[in-house]
Write a protein that binds this ligand. Sequence first.
Ligand SMILES: Nc1ncnc2c1ncn2[C@@H]1O[C@H](COP(=O)(O)OP(=O)(O)OP(=O)(O)O)[C@@H](O)[C@H]1O
Ligand SMILES: [Mg+2]
Length: 140
Amino acid sequence: MDVESNNVAGTRQIAARVARIAERGDVYGLVGGLGAGKTEFVRGFVEALAPGTIVRSPTFALVYTYLTPRFPIHHFDFYRLEDPAELIEIGFDEYLAGEGVCLIEWADMFPEVLPANTRLIRFVEKGLDNRVIDLGDLKP
Ligand SMILES: Nc1ncnc2c1ncn2[C@@H]1O[C@H](COP(=O)(O)OP(=O)(O)OP(=O)(O)O)[C@@H](O)[C@H]1O
Ligand SMILES: [Mg+2]
């Protein structure tokens, strides 16, 4: 399912809708170029469940966790990851097997580490403020 976003607020609203139907154990791979809106999507997702939370890009930290009343959200960014072995060191498998929901920016860089239940969400830039977001099978 493709949805259009015309500004940052639109992307955050779409993410909020996905957050409301998300369940423990879900893994969302966020795919799209630089500035496509992946981090803004995560902001909307986290904000929907834990209003006022400040979401920072985990480019260097690799993962940040946000606690919400429904489940923890683990926000990964594979962009600077050179070797997927680093993921083992930070306990990636434990995050996946845990009680939380994982959101992974640049998930397509290491498709081999993604679990079978990963849902890919694709972001395509269509000009300065417009994005098309392909939610796959999701119908939030
Ligand atoms: N409709 C839109 N949705 C999301 N972001 C938008 C939109 N229109 C403009 N923008 C701008 O695009 C940028 C998106 O940045 P964001 O950090 O979310 O991208 P990203 O996909 O996470 O990039 P990176 O790969 O560098 O992590 C922001 O500067 C934001 O203001
Ligand atoms: Mg980002």
